[in-house]
Design a protein around this ligand. Structure first.
Ligand code: DC
Length: 225
C-alpha cells in the first residue's frame, strides 16, 4: 500500500542497523524489513540448488521464485526465517552466508528481481526498512532516511562479541579483514552501491549506545510524521 510511511535505515554491516531497526519497529509497532536476509536467502538457495554465483539470469530467476518467510517472535527474539520448508534462522546469519549474499548482491538482475518482494513489506501503519539501498533505490520516497556508520574496528569488535557469544570460533583480525573486503565490494559495485542518499541523516554510532541511537532516530521521525 502506497500510503504507509517508510523509515529507511541503511549502512554497512556492524553499524548496528539490524538491532536499531528492530527496536524502532517494535517501538513504533511498524513492520520490519530485513532486506539483507533476502540477499542471504538467495545466496543460500543458490548453494542448495547448485546455481553458480556468476550465472546472473539463473540467480535472478531464483531470487524471483525464492519462497522466504519471516515469522516474528513475540519475546523480542529475532524473527524465525523459513526458506521453503527449511528453518534457516541460524545458517542465515553466518559469515559464510554473508559472503554468498554479498556476491549475489553485486548483480543488477538479482537486485531488480528482489524489488517487488521488498516493496510488499510496505503496509500500514508503517515500515522500518533495513539495508544498503533502502533510501536510495527501494524506497526513495521514505519519510526519513538514516545512514548509520561506525569505524571498521568498532564493527569488527561488535561482530566478534556477537559470534563469540554464540560459541563460534572467530578472530578479531579475521573479522576485520572480512568487513573491509565486504565494504569494498558493497561500495564498488555498479548496481546500488552502498552510499548515503543525498537527503539521508548520517549518524556515526562508534561511540553511541544503542539506546542513544534509537532515541535520536525516534525523535527525528516524530518531527516528520
Ligand atoms: O545486512 P546483511 O549483512 O544481512 O547483508 C548481507 C549482504 O547483502 C551484504 O553484503 C550486502 C547485501 N545487501 C545489499 O546489497 N542490499 C541490501 N539492501 C541489503 C543487503
Amino acid at each position: 500500500m502506497e500510503t504507509a510511511p517508510v523509515l529507511a535505515i541503511d549502512g554497512p554491516g556492524g553499524s548496528g542497523k539490524g538491532t536499531i531497526s528492530q527496536l524502532l519497529a517494535a517501538r513504533l509497532a511498524w513492520h520490519y524489513l530485513d532486506s539483507g536476509a533476502l540477499y542471504r536467502a538467495v545466496g543460500l538457495a543458490a548453494r542448495e540448488k547448485g546455481v553458480r554465483l556468476d550465472d546472473a539470469p539463473a540467480l535472478a530467476r531464483l531470487a524471483r521464485a525464492v519462497d522466504i518467510r519471516f515469522e516474528p517472535q513475540s519475546d523480542g527474539r529475532p524473527a524465525q526465517v523459513w526458506l521453503e520448508a527449511l528453518d534457516v534462522s541460524d545458517v542465515l546469519r553466518t559469515e559464510e552466508t554473508g559472503r554468498l549474499a554479498s556476491e549475489v548482491a553485486v548483480l543488477a538482475a538479482v537486485r531488480e528481481a528482489l524489488l517487488d518482494k521488498q516493496r510488499d513489506f510496505r503496509r500500514p501503519p508503517g515500515l522500518v526498512a533495513d539495508g544498503r539501498d533502502m533510501g536510495t533505490t527501494v524506497f526513495p520516497e521514505a519519510i526519513l532516511k538514516v545512514f548509520l556508520t561506525a569505524s571498521p574496528e568498532v564493527r569488527a569488535e561488535r561482530r566478534y562479541k556477537q559470534l563469540k557469544e554464540k560459541g563460534l570460533d572467530v578472530t578479531l583480525l579475521g573479522l576485520l579483514g572480512e568487513i573491509r573486503e565486504r565494504d569494498a565490494r558493497d561500495a564498488a559495485r555498479q548496481a546500488s552501491p552502498l552510499k548515503p542518499a543525498s537527503d539521508a541523516v548520517i549518524l556515526d554510532t562508534s561511540s553511541l549506545s544503542i539506546a542513544e541511537v534509537v532515541e535520536t532516530i525516534f525523535r527525528r521521525l516524530q518531527q516528520r510524521l
